[in-house]
Design a protein around this ligand. Structure first.
Ligand code: FMN
Length: 322
């Protein structure tokens, strides 16, 4: 095996690891092309939520999460690499530069890729330690975004915005029809959210979880969200490259949360709907563009865990070229 083929195989492995990244409704809207010297990331607009996400914000965040997954895999392999983010497609090009001994911390992060998942159960009464929350804000900043932890008053305001966004989305028939093609029921193509990952009933929480319009089979537990920390991921830019970075930052926070035993649930409704996104921005004092709301807490593990979400076959998302 030549050095080129060996590098290409490692890059293909990193692209394969990125299959496990989170994505809106598990649409996995990305595709990788692997060359002997680089890895290119493309958005797949056939898997865009056209009615829920016409601006491609959630699509780009999902691709950013996949980009971060691939980088974590390369780090754990000791590959020093650079990332170029061209203005047009591909969204990103990863170029490996030099291989060193892998840092044990990077290997630990890699372990979190298979453990990370979306936990929609209610949370326990145990709050997340302040030092751990500090680690999350640091992880977001290191990845190029910011995380604003909300005060109790802001959480009440958030609850109203989540409800307003939900109402706006529920009253849109085309959006609802789109959701039903991705969420719940049986589907064999390796995408979407299975019933076993969706709450069997709405949880009694201050801030409502997304209403997917489908009753799942996941027992939510008797917990609440009174010990939960809500946080908004935000940044200064509103260009496609900024949303891609936001996805990388979301993933960095999510992997840090997984390492610390903290469950993270994204709430993207208030960002998807224009007027609630604007009000969310005002709530942050106009410091930047809100990218995503996250719920951070210690899951109530008295009941069963969520069913794992499926993934597309590797051949469909990773293409190898000479
Ligand atoms: C950009 C983005 C937005 C998301 N929005 C929501 C949301 O509003 N509500 C929710 O319950 N899950 C949300 N999710 C979680 C996805 O549904 C989840 O990542 C996907 O189904 C794959 O499952 P997994 O995270 O367990 O691997 C979002 C994920 C991403 C990346």
């Amino acid at each position: 095996m030549t050095a080129d083929t060996q590098t290409r195989d490692l890059l293909a492995q990193a692209a394969g690891a990125a299959r496990y990244a989170p994505s809106v409704h598990n649409t996995q809207p990305w595709r990788w092309v692997v060359y002997p010297d680089r890895l290119e990331l493309f958005a797949v607009t056939e898997r865009q939520l056209r009615f829920q996400d016409p601006d491609q914000h959630m699509l780009l965040m999902s691709c950013g999460a996949a980009l971060h997954h691939a980088r974590v895999a390369l780090d754990a392999d000791g590959w020093v690499h650079e990332v170029e983010r061209p203005a047009a497609e591909p969204l990103a090009i990863i170029r490996p530069l030099e291989r060193r001994t892998a840092d044990p911390a990077a290997v630990r992060v890699l372990d979190q890729l298979s453990r990370r998942h979306t936990d929609r159960r209610t949370m326990s009464d145990e709050p997340v330690d302040v030092k751990v929350l500090d680690a999350f804000t640091a992880a977001a900043e290191q990845a190029g975004a910011r995380l604003c932890l909300l005060s109790r008053d802001q959480v009440i305001e958030l609850a109203v915005l989540v409800e307003q966004a939900q109402k706006a989305e529920t009253s849109d028939d085309l959006l609802q029809a789109e959701t039903s093609t991705w969420v719940g029921g049986d589907r064999a193509d390796g995408t979407g959210i299975p019933d076993g990952s969706l709450p069997a009933e709405p949880a009694q929480t201050t801030v409502a979880g997304r209403d997917f319009g489908v009753t799942g089979t996941l027992p939510v537990g008797a917990g609440h969200d009174s010990a939960v920390t809500y946080a908004v991921l935000y940044g200064t830019g509103d260009e496609p490259a900024d949303w891609l970075r936001a996805g990388e930052a979301l993933n960095a926070v999510w992997l840090a949360a997984t390492e610390h035993g903290v469950a993270l649930t994204p709430l993207s409704g208030p960002v998807e709907v224009g007027f609630t996104r604007q009000r969310l921005g005002h709530m942050l004092g106009g410091v930047g563009t809100p990218y995503l709301v996250t719920r951070l807490g210690i899951a109530d593990t008295s009941g069963p865990a969520a069913e794992p979400t499926p993934r597309l076959p590797v051949e469909q998302v990773v293409e190898i070229r000479d």
